[in-house]
Write a protein that binds this ligand. Structure first.
Ligand code: 13P
Length: 258
């Protein structure tokens, strides 16, 4: 039995519409019962416009709500941004921060990532901070250098981050949406490295911090990944759009718990 309760989070990315969201949410509410919810934390992160629909559909279910990003600013003249307090107002428990797609396409650098995470934590919103290397970086044997830089940049929030509200997701960029998963051993080695760097960066809660793996997690590979001692669940993209697959992955995390 591990001390860290596993967590499985669905990142819907910019997919779906109101009707498909309704179907997915109602299937999730049916499939994730209290018994499963007691063994594994489950959360979904729909696109912003669908948060209220999801909040209403998930009411009373053991499934938490999250957003895919959050502003580093408090409410004010920041066109297009969504603040931590707005997300809390809509029942969000989590915000994903620093996803590689945001880092690569929308200019979220290490500085923006720590500012967003810090602002969210200040307001009591949990964060799932994503880190991970590109294929070029892995092939250039720079994986640990990149992870050390990305985790080291979080130093400023180390003292604000408790294990309930601060989660890291290791998402090797080359494994996202490619069907090419990190092997359990590759992922375990990155997770152990991240945990050690968190401790070095002043995260008192490093031992209790959940570190999720993300990148082509499917029902078929989930169990072997989650069996690794430092892999505490998953951040799921494509497979989170299928209720059956997502629930199977949540079950795999619960089973890995022992
Ligand atoms: P896939 O599961 O589709 O590879 O996406 C992973 C991811 O980016 C989750 O945030």
């Amino acid at each position: 039995m591990r001390s860290r309760k596993p967590l499985v989070v669905g990142n819907w990315k910019m997919n779906g519409d109101r009707a498909s969201g309704e179907r997915l949410l109602s299937a999730l509410v049916k499939g994730v019962d209290a018994a499963l919810g007691a063994r594994v934390g489950v959360a979904v992160c729909p696109p912003y416009p669908y948060l209220e629909q999801a909040r209403a559909a998930l009411e009373g279910a053991p499934i938490e709500l999250g957003a895919q990003d959050v502003s580093s600013f408090d409410n004010g003249a920041y066109t297009g941004e969504v603040s931590a307090t707005m997300l809390l107002d809509f029942g969000c428990r989590w915000a994903i921060v620093g996803h590689s797609e945001r880092r690569a396409l929308f200019g979220d650098d290490d500085e923006a990532v720590v500012a967003k995470a810090g602002r969210a934590l200040e307001h009591g919103l949990g964060v799932i901070v994503c880190v991970g290397e590109t294929l070029d970086e892995r092939e250039g044997e720079l994986t640990e250098t990149v992870l050390a830089r990305q985790v080291g940049a979080l130093k400023a929030i180390g003292s604000k981050a408790d294990a309930q509200r601060f989660v890291v997701a290791y998402e090797p960029v080359w494994a996202i949406g490619t069907g090419r998963t990190a092997s359990p051993e590759q992922a375990q080695s990155a997770h152990a490295f991240i945990r050690a760097r968190l401790a070095d960066a002043g995260f008192a809660a490093a031992t209790n911090t959940r570190i999720l793996y993300g990148g082509s997690v499917k029902p078929a590979n989930a169990e072997s990944l989650f069996a690794m001692p430092d892999i505490d669940g998953g951040l799921i993209g494509g497979a989170a759009l299928s209720a059956d697959d997502f629930i199977a992955i949540a079950r795999a995390a619960a089973n890995a718990q022992g």
